[in-house]
Design a protein around this ligand. Structure first.
Ligand SMILES: [Zn+2]
Length: 274
């Protein structure tokens, strides 16, 4: 992959505007993420790269299990690119109903890094401590949750059942005024949370946004505690969730008369969803 980028056969995805860095691939264990700019040359290069990888490694690339995710790319183009790559487009199957592209009605923009993070979370491919122990990277005594609750840090523990991190959901649900969700898996939690109160596509789309912001805030707080030694309180984390969700909505949606003060107290009212 690096050789292809170096020879300009593949153009990676640029992050940042002033001093852009180009990202072409990320790997975690058996999960590989290839990223590139939208072009047919890139699609052809990807296909060639994967076929070459199969030949050289003797391993099979499961094209039909692979997924193509677009960020601000028309679905028609994605569909054509996916058929050229013999893979699926994430977001069109019933089982993968979350939308990664801005919704035309209620649009919000989730930063690319958050999309990637959430995708890994829902597939339990995040480098949580328990996953690192399973992979032989971390020793068992080091796998306790950073909140000091004494439990093993699995994705389910960290994002749902932890007495500290998990308790954020109660604050979030009170803020947006929906019942508290209890689920046995992270995916179930996502599904229950986003369909809470039934309702319209607009409402689901909004709840997806809140869910994504919440898990992102939990993950960054976990990393701050682990790597920086800094801690925030639950109330501070809730404030971050309010702030980020406001920004992500604002960055896309200009039709809503969003006022941060109103957003702070009653977001559903702001969005006309009550
Ligand atoms: Zn914990």
């Amino acid at each position: 992959m690096e050789a292809m980028v170096a020879r300009n056969l593949f153009v990676g995805y640029s992050l940042g505007e002033l001093d852009p860095i180009s990202v072409s691939h990320l790997q975690f264990a058996d999960d590989t993420l290839l990223m590139g700019a939208k072009s047919w040359a890139n699609v052809r290069a990807l296909r060639a790269l994967l076929v070459l990888f199969e030949t050289m490694s003797g391993l099979k690339v499961k094209f039909n299990k692979s997924m193509l995710v677009g960020v601000n790319i028309p679905e028609s183009w994605l569909g054509e690119a996916a058929s050229a790559l013999c893979c699926k487009v994430l977001g069109t199957q019933e089982s993968d109903r979350w939308r990664w592209q801005p919704d035309p009605d209620t649009g919000y923009t989730v930063p690319l890094k958050v999309s990637i993070f959430a995708w890994r979370l829902l597939r339990d491919r995040l480098p949580t401590k328990s996953n690192l122990v399973t992979r032989g990277i971390l020793s068992s005594p080091a796998q306790l949750c950073v909140a000091g609750c004494g439990e093993v840090e699995s994705a389910h523990h960290l994002f749902i059942s932890c007495s500290f991190f998990g308790s954020l959901w109660a604050l979030v649900c009170t803020w947006i005024d929906i019942p508290l969700t209890d689920s046995s898996t992270v995916r179930d939690h996502f599904a229950h949370f986003t369909s809470s109160g039934g309702g319209s596509r607009t409402r689901r789309s909004f709840l997806q946004l809140i869910w994504l912001v919440s898990v992102w805030v939990i993950w960054t707080e976990r990393n701050h505690r682990l790597f920086r030694g800094s801690t925030s309180t639950s109330i501070q984390l809730l404030d971050k969730i309010k702030l980020f969700s406001y920004r992500w909505l604002k960055s896309k949606n200009v039709t809503l008369a969003l006022n941060y003060h109103n957003w702070w107290s009653s977001p559903l009212l702001c969005l006309g969803l009550v």
